[in-house]
Design a protein around this ligand. Sequence first.
Ligand SMILES: Cc1ncc(COP(=O)(O)O)c(C=O)c1O
Length: 383
Amino acid sequence: MQLIPLTMPVVNKEMKETALHVLENEMLVGGESVVKFEQSFAKYVGTDYAVSSNSGSSALLLAFHAIGLNVGDKVVAPSATFIATLNGACLLGANPVFCEIGSDYVILSEQLEKILNKSQVKCVVPVHLYGRPCNMSCILDIAKRKNVILIEDSAQAHGAQHKSKKVGSFGEAAIFSFYPTKNMTVGGDGGMITTNSKKICESALKMRDVGRKTKYTHDEIGYTLRLNSVNAAIGKIQLQHLDEWNAKRRSIAKAYRNKLTGIGDLIMPPGDEPYDESVYHLFVLRTQKRDLLGLWLSKNGVSTGVHYPIPVHRQPAYQKFESKVLAFTDEWSKTVISIPIFPNLDSKDQEYIINLVTRFYDERLYEQKELRDKEKEWSNKLI
Ligand SMILES: Cc1ncc(COP(=O)(O)O)c(C=O)c1O
């Protein structure tokens, strides 16, 4: 049986030919493709600058460094995210403060405001989780009133829009990831910072390049976090396809929503506000029978994912920090399941997935002894 993957990057002939061309003709690090990719990306997002890096995590580290994050500073982010969101801040000595998410899976503005009323916070990191834009008008308003710096984690939301403005253009800075499962990749790890601040741009350029001032002079102790030229060249071509791929993701999401709404106890991902445009990096359902559904789909050749089974405040690495009760985040982590979505998902395969999910509930297949016997084993894989 051939497996239907959860996601699959598009790698076409043009990308392969470009990679070869760069390998044969450019400096492999710091080639002209890097600058060209950065310029195209800044133009696409609508910011003055874009600085590439070798991952989204590196981009976060560079952004936190650029805003002058210091030991003991507080940084607020949701716990319902990938662990990397605050890793860079913590590595610089900051203290994470976790905020609850709403039923739309993005940071809850009311709770954010309460946190900012109570404590002195330097920076807030809203995460456009699963490709859904946060309500940036509201968050910007709060950030301005409370005088905190905003860094958007747009790692999962290339091309998503709030009120006709692209995510990644709202905060002091934003970051993107090009890890191969993302809506666009660079043919491996990669990341980008977008900003309108010359200061942030210059800091990121220097710190990604060993703190270099001139070829042989280094006036800061920096990192080596550059994006390779071959990856940048692939990224530039991927970017040209991003809108078309996002449109396909939206139409796949629409078909899932049409066919799966009202089935069993399934909760669909939140629909878009009229002024928002999600890019469905993931299509995430919620169900109390999450593990049995994952097992059933896997048995029938369909890959699923769980984003994420352990919220960041419950990760072993974060136990040294204080955290409060995040009841909805806990519930979310126990019930979410991601089903396949990617631009080249075949419509017959999608029908097959929809049919399997529908049968699971309509025929009460979750009661099958064979599935129940393996449930524990399946759940253990998530922790
Ligand atoms: C929300 C979020 N933030 C940050 C990152 C970090 O990006 P990278 O894996 O490129 O370091 C990711 C990547 O998975 C992510 O999903």
